[in-house]
Design a protein around this ligand. Structure first.
Ligand code: GDP
Ligand code: CO
Length: 397
C-alpha cells in the first residue's frame, strides 16, 4: 500500500496529531530487495508489514439489529489474520437476531478456517465478570451492560485484551461495501506501522460519503462531522494559542488504537464516544492538566488520520439520529475541564442555530466510564476465560 507521508504534525503537549494522509495505491506490489528510490513524500508499506500488524489486531464490529446481509458483507471484508470480535445488542425476543448473527459468523468461520468471538451485550456472565472486576460503570441496575454502542466497544476492548491482542480497530456493521472494510483495516495497519509511540490511534476519513437523494450524490464529509471538527479544532486552538484545523475525524466511527492507549482512556457512553476519545487524550496528555499516565506522556500519544479511496456508505438512520449525535458529541467537548469560553460559545451557537437547544439549556454531560486499566482485569479474565469457548465462533472440530 502507498500512503502520503504526514505533511504536517500539530503538537499539543505530548500529543502529536498528524495531518490527513491520503491513500495513493491500495496495492503497491511485491517487496523489492533493493527498493527503488522512493519519494520522501510517500510511504510504501509492504504486504508482510501489513499482515504482521493485522495478526496482532482485533477488529470489533458493534451491531444492533442491522440487516444480516450487511453484517455478512462486513465480516467478509476483514482480512484473514485479524481476530473478529462481534459485540451485539440485537434483539433476542420475537426474532432471535443475535442467534442469526452467531449462525452467520459460525458458518463463515467454518468455511474460511478462522477464529472469531461473538458476545451479546446483555450476556449474564459478562455482566457478572464485569461486576467482579469492579467495572460497574458499564452496568445497569439489572447487572447487565447498559445499552449503547460505546458500552459495546469497551466490552470488546476487554475481549481483545483477553485474546492477547495489541491493537483494536472498530468497524460498524451497517457498512455497505466489504471492500471499504478491507481498506480500513489496511489503513489501521499502515498507520500503526508509521507510529513511533506505542500509544497510537488511527482514525479514518472518507474521501466521499455518498448520500442517496435523487441519484447518488457524492458529498465530501457529513454535516455533523464538519461541525464536530470545527469545535474540536477550536478546543485545540484556544488551548495552544495557535489556530488550527488539524482535526478532520472528530466523529470517526471507523478507528483503531493500540491497546496500551485504549486501556488508559476513559470512555463516554453512546454516540459521544468518538469525540470524547480525542477530548480524553487532550485532557490526559495536552499538558493543560497534569499528565494522566507518565509512560504514555514520555512516549507521546500519536494520532493518524487516513483518507481512504473507497467511499463510505452506511444505513441512513434519519435526521433525528444526526441531531442526537451532534448534541452528545458537542456535549463531550463542552463539559471538558479544558474547554474554555470561546469554544463553549461556539458550541452553544451551533446548537442554537439548529434549534437543538434553547439559550437557557446546556448540551448533555456525557456519562464517563473509567479506563479499562483501572479495573481488576485478572478477575475479569478468570471468569471469562473459563467460558471462552462459548463465545467462540469456530468450535474445535
Ligand atoms: P452512525 O453510523 O454513527 O450514524 O451510527 P449507527 O447507528 O450506524 O451505529 C454505529 C454502529 O453501532 C452500527 O453498527 C450499529 O449497529 C451499532 N450499534 C448501535 N447501538 C448499539 C448498541 O447499543 N450496542 C452495540 N453493540 N452496537 C450498537
Ligand atoms: Co451507521
Amino acid at each position: 500500500m502507498r500512503i502520503e507521508s504526514p505533511r504536517y504534525t500539530e503538537r499539543f503537549g505530548s500529543v502529536r496529531i498528524n495531518d490527513v494522509q491520503k491513500v495513493l495505491e491500495l496495492d503497491s506490489g511485491k517487496a523489492k530487495d533493493l527498493p527503488l528510490h522512493e519519494n520522501i513524500a510517500v510511504q510504501k508499506i509492504e504486504e508482510d508489514v501489513i499482515k504482521n500488524f493485522e495478526e496482532k489486531m482485533a477488529i470489533v464490529i458493534p451491531t444492533m439489529d442491522e440487516k444480516l446481509k450487511l453484517f455478512e458483507g462486513v465480516i467478509s471484508g476483514v482480512p484473514h489474520e485479524c481476530l473478529i470480535i462481534v459485540v451485539s445488542n440485537s434483539q433476542r425476543k420475537k426474532v432471535d437476531r443475535f442467534r442469526m448473527e452467531r449462525d452467520t459468523l459460525q458458518q463463515y468461520c467454518h468455511f474460511t478456517r478462522r477464529q472469531a468471538l461473538i458476545v451479546h451485550q446483555k450476556d449474564e456472565l459478562l455482566g457478572r465478570a464485569l461486576a467482579e472486576a469492579g467495572y460497574t460503570d458499564l452496568l445497569g441496575e439489572d447487572g447487565k451492560v447498559r445499552n449503547g454502542k460505546a458500552e459495546g466497544m469497551v466490552v470488546a476492548m476487554l475481549m481483545a485484551m483477553l485474546a492477547r491482542k495489541d491493537y483494536v480497530g472498530f468497524i460498524d456493521a451497517d457498512n455497505y461495501f466489504p471492500g471499504a472494510v478491507w481498506e480500513y483495516v489496511r489503513c489501521f495497519a499502515s498507520g500503526f506501522s508509521m507510529a513511533r509511540s506505542p500509544y497510537s490511534m488511527v482514525r479514518i476519513l472518507w474521501r466521499y460519503k455518498p448520500k442517496i437523494t435523487s441519484g447518488l450524490y457524492f458529498k465530501k464529509w457529513g454535516r455533523v462531522s464538519e461541525i464536530t471538527n470545527k469545535c474540536v479544532n477550536s478546543l485545540i486552538s484556544n488551548n495552544t494559542g495557535f489556530e488550527t484545523d488539524i482535526i478532520s475525524t472528530g466523529n470517526a466511527g471507523e478507528h483503531a488504537m493500540s491497546l496500551r492507549l485504549a486501556e488508559i482512556l476513559p470512555y463516554a457512553s453512546g454516540y459521544a464516544v468518538e469525540p470524547q476519545e480525542l477530548v480524553s487524550i487532550f485532557e490526559g496528555f495536552g499538558g493543560i492538566l497534569p499528565m494522566s499516565h507518565q509512560t504514555a506522556a514520555k512516549h507521546g500519544v500519536e494520532i493518524f488520520q487516513i483518507e481512504t479511496r473507497n467511499p463510505h456508505l452506511h444505513e441512513d438512520k434519519g435526521d433525528e439520529h444526526l441531531g442526537d449525535m451532534l448534541m452528545t458529541g458537542l456535549g463531550a467537548i463542552y463539559h471538558s475541564p479544558i474547554c474554555e469560553g470561546e469554544t463553549r460559545q461556539l458550541i452553544m451557537s451551533e446548537l442554537l442555530q439548529r434549534n437543538l437547544l434553547t439559550p437557557e439549556e446546556e448540551p448533555p454531560k456525557p456519562r464517563l466510564s473509567a479506563p479499562p486499566k483501572k479495573i481488576d482485569l485478572t478477575k475479569f479474565f478468570k471468569v471469562m476465560e473459563e467460558h471462552l469457548p462459548s463465545y467462540s465462533a469456530l468450535e474445535s472440530e
